[in-house]
Ligand binder design. Sequence first.
Ligand SMILES: Nc1ncnc2c1ncn2[C@@H]1O[C@H](COP(=O)(O)OP(=O)(O)OP(=O)(O)O)[C@@H](O)[C@H]1O
Length: 118
Amino acid sequence: MHKDPFYKSLGYAISGIIHCIQKERNIKIHFLFMFLVVICGFIFHLSVMEWFICILLFALVISLELVNTAIEAVVDLCTHEIHPLAKTAKDTAAGAVLVSAMASVIVGLMIFIPKLFN
Ligand SMILES: Nc1ncnc2c1ncn2[C@@H]1O[C@H](COP(=O)(O)OP(=O)(O)OP(=O)(O)O)[C@@H](O)[C@H]1O
């Protein structure tokens, strides 16, 4: 198979992100929280290091949500029958998103709560 040029690969990646935003409710919720955090970040004048941490966590959660969607698609492609391995694949992928989202909430609270009291 021939290799696509860089701009084409970039286009496929962006269309994957757009597809996920259109089809998945959870990623819309993540983007909403990201938007709120960015607004709060400007209001509370986050430091460069705090922005750095927030951006890394945004990327982690969104990336895992994209991988979760990819795993769901592959499982559905393989079988529509109820199978314990299909359940394991989907539930563990969803678990990965949950772990990253929970860690992000905790870190977010650690950054913003002290600023609220200052
Ligand atoms: N083929 C299957 N065999 C066994 N269990 C399944 C199968 N497909 C889905 N499930 C179970 O149903 C749950 C929901 O699956 P579904 O494909 O609807 O994901 P979803 O609700 O769209 O997930 P998300 O909210 O992350 O988009 C899975 O996490 C899994 O526990």
